[in-house]
Design a binder for this molecule. Structure first.
Ligand SMILES: [Zn+2]
Ligand SMILES: [Zn+2]
Length: 511
């Protein structure tokens, strides 16, 4: 195994995990950081401080820098030696099953179970590919420390950042003043009184020329200024994250998705800019639009349902689908709509919301005649199902080319929470049958007791009272965007069996 790693990947031996910042291989950035850190500390004490021996500033300088450097070094040692992994991972006496490979392992953690560490993990855990372990309340993997920053060491990391920012700023000011001081005559207030003699300065306590001291103090000033800039930026970023109650990981992931949406919206706009259609509700739509898409120009148009077809022709692929009737129907899937389907499948609630708020047409079907609602039902995205129902309206029940409704899909895939929502909001679909096989949603639920019981309850008991909270009692699908919802307080009327935990797909995705 290599002693020093130059890549972003783990370079760990098969089945190994990184315990802390000292686990081999060390990262070259980590070594670079340590070298610069030691350089600045040594230069501070043995060069900057010694050249002002008669001045009280020397003692002040030593005291101030020690007040910064000593706590910083303590925190640096602690964070380097600490293992931020999940407790279940630390308690294992064996390594992970395999090395994490992003291409091979799409879903490392499913249902709070890590398939590589082979342990149960807590809800904010992520499997770090560089450390090959599950990290408690993961924030990011820091290559400067060569360890993960997470729930167990975030406070130390944050405090350390404060000390580095102050320390590098102090070193910068100190070295700059000394650099300027060498050019002043002896009457000036910031004139230096060199350590050895009038022209003998000290570098690392070794007598040196004035020019050598000027060069070295300039070098220190540049390095500390760069370090101050970088850490100051990082510090500001983490203040922003704390203020928004988010993590580096979630921030990066959400930015990536926002970019995808924005790119799609840009394409969307370009198509619509060529159209002459007028908006029916200009003020409302443009304000919604500019809120979500600041790149928009004045003449952008938002597709309303009337000019939807021509927009799609301009943009998308065209599929032809045979429906139940004999009339062939052209189904056009623009990239925007593909994105909507993709976002639903992956459970990216915020993207779905963004698309819907931007007046994307959701009355679209894929080549199997499936609507966005069916895709959401099939994948058990109960929160997205609710959102879509708000937009579609409860009465509007669509079927695919085989005559299946969204409820059929939910029942088929044993998605209990979706079954509950749909049987409540689209109760008419409980009586709908598929075209050829004449199967009710209930027939699709025969394999699953809970689903069957729930459907049976709704179909026999008929009306669901308005106050019933059946569809709220399951935790939302844990897409990364999903904020926790308040749990339904209500007692169930009896349909739900509490024995089986609902399957949660997708949840915490890969790292
Ligand atoms: Zn893991
Ligand atoms: Zn890591």
């Amino acid at each position: 195994m290599a002693l020093i790693s130059f890549g972003s990947t783990a370079d760990l031996a098969e089945g190994q995990r990184r315990k802390n910042g000292l686990s081999l291989p060390l990262h070259y950035i980590q070594l670079l950081g340590i070298i610069f850190m030691l350089f600045l500390i040594l230069m501070n004490y043995l060069t900057l401080c010694v050249n002002i021996p008669t001045h009280p500033w020397q003692w002040l300088s030593i005291v101030i820098s020690s007040v910064i450097i000593l706590p910083f070094l303590t925190m640096f040692i602690i964070i380097t030696c600490l293992d931020p992994a999940e407790d279940t991972v630390i308690n294992l006496n064996r390594g992970p099953k395999a090395n994490f490979d992003r291409r091979l392992h799409g879903h490392v953690i499913t249902n709070l179970y890590c398939n590589i560490c082979e342990v149960q993990v807590t809800s904010n855990a992520k499997h770090c590919s560089a450390c090959n372990k599950c990290v408690y309340s993961f924030d990011h993997h820091c290559i400067w420390l060569n360890t993960c920053v997470g729930g167990k060491n975030y406070r130390i990391f944050f405090s350390m950042l404060i000390f580095i920012v102050i320390g590098t700023l102090f070193t910068f000011i100190n070295s700059l003043l000394q650099f300027i001081g060498t050019f002043q005559d002896s009457s000036s207030a910031i004139s230096l009184k060199p350590f050895y003699s009038a022209d003998q300065y000290a570098i690392l306590m070794i007598p040196s020329s004035k020019i050598a001291f000027q060069v070295i103090s300039a070098v220190i000033a540049v390095i500390s200024l760069v370090a101050f800039g970088m850490t100051g930026y990082l510090f500001a970023f983490h203040i922003y994250l704390c203020y928004n109650h988010t993590t580096t990981y979630d921030f990066v992931v959400s930015r990536r998705h926002d970019r995808t949406v924005d790119q799609t919206l840009l394409q969307f706009n370009q198509i619509n800019r060529n159209k002459n259609s007028e908006l029916t509700d200009t003020t409302r739509q443009s304000s919604t639009f500019s809120k979500f898409f600041p790149l928009k120009r004045k003449n952008n148009r938002i597709a309303n349902s009337k000019d939807q077809e021509s927009n799609q022709t301009a943009n998308g692929k065209i599929f032809t689908v045979e429906e139940n009737s004999d009339t062939p129907r052209r189904i056009q899937m623009s990239q925007n709509q593909l994105l909507l389907f993709d976002a639903i499948e992956k459970g990216h609630t915020s993207i779905v919301l963004k698309l819907l708020r931007n007046q994307f047409n959701i009355n679209v079907k894929d080549i199997h005649g499936r609507t966005p609602l069916m895709i959401a039902a099939k994948n058990g995205r109960s929160d997205i199902v609710k959102i879509l129902l708000d937009y579609i309206g409860a009465a509007n029940i669509e079927t695919d080319i085989g005559g299946k409704t969204a409820l059929h899909y939910a029942a088929e895939n044993s998605e209990l929470s979706v079954v509950k929502i749909l049987s409540k909001h689209q109760s008419a679909s409980m009586a709908m049958t598929t075209t050829q096989t004449q199967l009710l949603p209930l027939d699709y639920a025969l394999g699953n007791q809970n689903i069957y019981a729930s459907l049976n309850k709704y179909s026999q008991g008929g009306q669901v009272s308005a106050g019933e909270t059946d569809d709220d009692d399951d935790a939302p699908k844990a897409g990364i965007y999903v904020k926790s919802k308040k749990k339904g307080s209500g007692k169930k009327k009896g349909g739900k069996k509490s024995g089986s935990k609902k399957k949660k797909k997708g949840g915490k995705k890969k790292k």
